[in-house]
Design a protein around this ligand. Structure first.
Ligand code: SF4
Length: 288
């Protein structure tokens, strides 16, 4: 049986900064005796709303394991149209690093300003623009026309795996080595329990800090344990986004709920919940 972690290049290992994709990266490195081929790239697309713990974890993985991780952020140039209005133009990316990575939501905010609206669960263009397309531009910039897109979907993420393996007209094909190796969440947790470092977040705290895909009790818990986290999201709704991320409630209401009854939401048992542990870009990696 072939080793699913021996990825033929050219390939892009999409590193979300979560435990699962880091586990995948470790095993790919191990399959190559610690040295990836030149045409196998590892990239992390930073939205600017990742938690500091996630950025630290990405940095730790790279330095502990001796692998080059490319840090990428969405960018756009702005030009004036015939009427003198500033309009977004030429979506691209910029390569940054641990120290220079955006931490105040800058790429995400600029995207919302360019679109003049907020994304939502149905129109989740933040994933597409900030992650999927950024990674695509990166690979095209390396000179590739076709490549393998390696995503960290586990065997126990059945429907996401099936969706990722559907044929597309994109310039990449998806590979899911964790699925092929029958890796589940329990195995990932056991791996990290034995490592000298770990992601200092609960699973639901990963990805963008106040992502609208997180269930309301989780957003309450996030605001309760890190007050002010949801302020940026509220500012986007009331500012450039001109509307809500979630139809049923605003982020201002979420913060108000927590302020009024801070104890009501304490001690939620979310730590075993694998939701949001996946790279949000993997969920719809078939589109871009
Ligand atoms: S984590 Fe949520 S808010 Fe961030 S890019 Fe993904 S879907 Fe959008």
């Amino acid at each position: 049986m072939t080793n699913p972690y021996l990825i033929g290049g050219p390939a892009l290992v999409s590193f979300s900064g979560g435990r699962t994709s880091a586990y995948m990266l470790w095993h790919i490195l191990d399959a190559y005796d610690g040295q990836l081929p030149d045409d196998v790239h590892v990239a992390f697309a930073n939205t600017g709303k990742e938690r500091e713990e996630t950025l630290r974890f990405v940095h730790d993985c790279a330095s502990h394991w001796g692998v080059r991780v490319r840090w990428l952020e969405w960018r756009t140039r702005r030009v004036k149209d015939d009427q003198g209005n500033v309009v977004p133009f030429d979506e691209r990316f910029e390569e940054v690093g641990f120290n220079s990575a955006s931490r105040q939501g800058e790429p995400f905010q600029r995207l919302i300003e360019a679109k003049c609206r907020t994304p939502n669960a149905v129109q989740r263009w933040c994933t597409q623009e900030l992650k999927v397309r950024v990674l695509k531009y990166f690979m095209q910039d390396q000179g590739y026309k076709h490549w393998v897109n390696v995503i960290g979907l586990r065997h126990d993420e059945g429907h996401r795996v099936q969706r990722s393996l559907k044929p597309t007209r994109q310039c990449w094909v998806n590979a899911v080595p964790l699925h092929e190796a029958k890796v589940d969440n329990r195995m990932v947790r056991a791996f990290w329990a034995a490592q000298p470092f770990d992601l200092q977040l609960l699973p639901f705290e990963g990805n963008c800090d106040g992502c609208f895909l997180k269930a309301r009790p989780k957003l309450w818990e996030i605001e309760r344990t890190a007050p002010g986290t949801l302020q940026w999201w509220s500012d986007m709704e009331e500012g450039p986004g001109k509307g809500r991320f979630v139809t049923e409630y605003s982020y201002r209401e979420l913060m108000r709920d927590v302020r009024r009854q801070p104890d009501m939401f304490a001690g939620g048992h979310f730590d075993l919940d694998p939701d949001m542990d996946a790279d949000c870009g993997s969920w719809c990696g078939e589109a871009a």
